[in-house]
Design a protein around this ligand. Sequence first.
Ligand code: AMP
Ligand code: MG
Length: 413
Amino acid sequence: MISVVEARDIILSHVRPVGVEKVDLFSALDRVLAEDVEATRNQPPWDNSAMDGYAVRSSDTQTASETTPVVLRIVEHLPAGKRAKQEVQPGQTVHIMTGAPIPSGADSVVRAEDAIRVDDTRVRIVRPVSPGADLRRVGEDMAKGERLLSAGTVLRPAEIGLLASNNRSMVSVYRHPRVAILSTGDEIMDVGSELEDGKIIDSNGYTLPAMVMEAGCEPIRLGISPDTRTDLEKKLREGLMADVILTSGGVSVGEFDFVKAALDALGTTMEFWKVAMTPGRPLAFGRIQDTLAFGLPGNPVASMVTFELFVRPALLKMRGMSRLYRPTLRATLMEDIRKMPGRKQFFRMCLIEREGKLFTLRTGAQGSGILRSMSLADGLAITHEHQELLCTGEEVEIMPLGGALSFWHERSC
Ligand code: AMP
Ligand code: MG
């Protein structure tokens, strides 16, 4: 048996980022930048007002107070989008709106609430301002020529806004890796079927595409193959147009476990491991031409956990990302947990916050076919191979599952 870390290192050593495409900003959310982007302009393009108020020479306001206001002459009313026609001379001011360029001569802005308008041409300033007050400086957001974003950055709304500010409408990003997904097993039937005796419904054919999408990739459903080598080979051949093939089931040592043989027959350089983990264990991995193949175990939770640990980091690397693992949390155990020594066991846990501290306990039975306890889980507790007992009060490391961080506060379990 090899360890989780060994298996993951081997897998990642075979993975390269997929190709690059240009997309418009509107389609760029969650894509990974494939180019370094330089600021080609200053933002803001010029000093401008951060407030509605009066652009002044700050020296004119030094004696201003409620009882001895300074009266300035308004020489212009300046909306955003226009430049002042004249320079502000001593004793003068320009009535300025937020975002309008600061007129020459002025070095600061008096906020509207610190001024009393007398009429269209006069205003009383009741508080002194210092030079630079309420100015937004040219280039304070981005300065022409500086590195704005680096290749490998995931484009979130803020980065998309930066690219827009930089007047870029198209960006180079890694294309979506395409992942073909095949469920295997004579007993497996699709959702919506008239269920015959002895058959079960294909849940992996739905959880795995969902996990692929959650990892920012494009799923392609190959459907269900019965446990025969010819059917498996035919379906797997269809998957060769994808960047990755994922199968579930048929990788153990059962009499009808033909996935590995079918992959071999297609010319896969195949590695087949028992990984020292629970749930999980049997895992096949290899390369057929330009396609990577993962043979995941069939049990619904085992296929999800092996996806999380082995497939997801590989897909993120293919997308051009450098952070391949979810950040983990630490939480205090609220119960004793006995585990099998010699294996890294992943327990389905819910998280509870009490007085700013994070606590955790199992979500129920941990059998590798029990999807309900996976659904109730906020994350997986990561244990060490050598451990046998985890004790109440001990801190454990939790890997949150997709989306969990946004709603575990509202959950109770
Ligand atoms: P296998 O790895 O093929 O021996 O399957 C292990 C267990 O997972 C068996 O109980 C299967 O019925 C179940 N299983 C396999 N594939 C699926 C699937 N696509 N959806 C739900 N359960 C499955
Ligand atoms: Mg099977």
